[in-house]
Design a protein around this ligand. Structure first.
Ligand code: NAI
Length: 333
């Protein structure tokens, strides 16, 4: 199937070319993101393959349809950037990769917690400069602390298991928690979770309900000095409220793999440019804030699985055989 990739990087090309040896689709890789300005590149392609920050809104979908596109494949799990209702009205199928390596994101969440807590990033630099002083590196034992997991789906459940193995008490808030989760963990409501957790980690999808789930009112109800980790979607945290809470000490540490306005920043080398996002730059000034650029998914295993499932989606669409992981407004895959 003739497919145009947007926001593609060298590692995407590599993993997809390897996986395509089993499929033989016609793949064209564009580095630019998909938007109203770039959608004309997709003309004549039956499918487009997009990532987390590509804009697949109604206007873009209409232009895709006019250009002959009938399938949008997301090479990620989240689909908050696609106007599903508009796609359905046009008759464009949308498919995604429902799971590629929940371990990758859960393990990255742990990395953020350990780094923020034990300050290994600061210790690394100090030791290289011959500075062996420990002042400023004081952490706390994770064992015995309460970790609140918001959303115990594929990633949240693995993360909960990891934290339990470390000796933490795990609280889960998930209105749709599975029977297994309910049997293995203490499931509480969101208010109970935020009031009682030493560490809060977000693992639910971005929806209108979870937009700015963490805001100033919520932060005020948390334990003083709470650590907040977001590896889910940036818009779930009101960044300005988080900055105020960091300034007052109410928020003790913040680990982000995603950021509200990451679309203008992440996945590109901007090291020679003046970054215009003052809110983001303010975040970087805090010693107790750690930001990674949406790399939670970025493991060899995950890239191989993403390529395999995405090309499988293309093949299933063409042949009508095999599994097509459709996303619809009615029901998910
Ligand atoms: P999933 O669909 O398996 O689990 C999501 C869970 O959240 C479900 O159990 C659902 O019941 C729960 N949920 C829904 N609304 C909720 C609410 N209001 N409060 C609490 N829980 C709620 O999804 P999965 O695979 O575990 O991924 C979770 C999120 O992680 C994705 O939506 C995506 O945004 C993010 N993600 C981030 C990546 C990264 O590289 N940083 C990579 C992959 C996913």
């Amino acid at each position: 199937m003739k497919t145009a990739f947007f926001s593609s990087k060298s590692y995407d090309q590599q993993s997809f070319q390897i996986a395509n040896q089993n499929h033989d689709h016609e793949l064209t890789f564009f580095e630019v993101p998909l938007s109203a300005n770039t959608v004309s590149l997709a003309e004549g392609y039956e499918a487009v393959c997009v990532f987390v920050n590509d804009q697949v809104d109604e206007a873009v979908l209409k232009q895709l349809y006019t250009g002959g596109t009938r399938l949008v494949v997301l090479r990620c799990a989240g689909f908050n950037n696609v106007d599903l209702a508009a796609a359905e009205a046009l008759g464009i199928t949308v498919a995604r990769v429902p799971a590629y390596s929940p371990h990758a994101v859960a393990e990255h969440t742990l990395a953020l917690i350990l780094t923020l807590n034990r300050k290994t990033h600061r210790a690394y630099n100090r030791v290289r400069e011959g500075n062996f002083a420990l002042d400023g590196l004081l952490g706390f034992d994770l064992a015995g602390k309460t970790v609140g997991v918001v959303g115990a789906g594929k990633i949240g459940e693995i993360f909960a298991k990891i934290m339990q193995a470390i000796g933490c008490k795990v609280l889960i808030a998930d209105p749709f928690a599975s029977d297994e989760v309910q049997a293995s963990y203490e499931v509480v409501n969101f208010d109970q979770l935020i009031r009682n957790s030493d560490i809060i980690s977000l693992h639910c999808p971005l929806t209108p309900d979870t937009h700015h789930l963490i805001n100033s009112e919520v932060l005020a109800q948390c334990k003083r000095g709470v650590m907040l980790i977001n590896t889910s979607r940036g818009k779930m945290v009101d960044t300005k409220a988080a900055i105020q809470a960091l300034k007052s000490g109410q928020l003790g540490a913040l680990g982000l793999d995603v950021y509200e306005e990451e679309g203008d920043l992440f996945f590109s080398d901007l090291s020679s440019q003046v970054i215009q996002d003052d809110t983001f730059m303010r975040l970087l000034t805090f010693p107790n804030v750690l930001i990674t650029g949406h790399q939670g998914f970025f493991t060899r295993e995950a890239l191989a699985n993403i390529a395999d499932t995405t090309l499988g989606n293309l093949s299933a669409f063409v042949s009508g055989e095999g599994e097509l992981f459709k996303v619809t407004t009615q029901k998910l895959a």
